[in-house]
Design a protein around this ligand. Sequence first.
Ligand SMILES: [Zn+2]
Ligand SMILES: [Zn+2]
Length: 172
Amino acid sequence: MVLPICPICQKQYSLQTLPIVLVPCGHGVCESCQDECNRREILECSLCRELVASWTPNYDLRAMVKQEEVDWKEKLMSSMDFLAGEEIEIDDELKEVAPLLMLKAKNTQSIIRQRRVIAEMARCMDPNDIFEWISVLQFSNEKDLLPVVSKLIDDKIFLESKKALWVLKLVH
Ligand SMILES: [Zn+2]
Ligand SMILES: [Zn+2]
């Protein structure tokens, strides 16, 4: 299941990026973007410019977020054979890194698959954290992987400055 993204910050809806619906226009954004609009006293919907009277949680999407939350933790745990039978608390914040952890668990050396996963991480994570995770996980092809990641993060910063982060999806 692929959850939609907030059209303003381009982050996928999650427990950190909760979906809401603006009233009366009905456009969907995330709670943090709406909070930011309130702080900056922006009264219109950023998508259609209609005046926002109030907002309400997007209950259907939130149910999907909850399901997704259960799904990714189960998937991650089941890929970690060495943890079988152990009680591990997986923090919500690990969600973005989970696909990379699974690549490591499966010992995947395919740079194409690694790059696709890291491109996804680059959309929402701090670049330093990405390098840190790669270093911690000690991929055996780290030497080839690091320049690829540097380029990806440069691309991301460029695209962000052009407000075109979605282009990353086109390339990877
Ligand atoms: Zn948002
Ligand atoms: Zn609207």
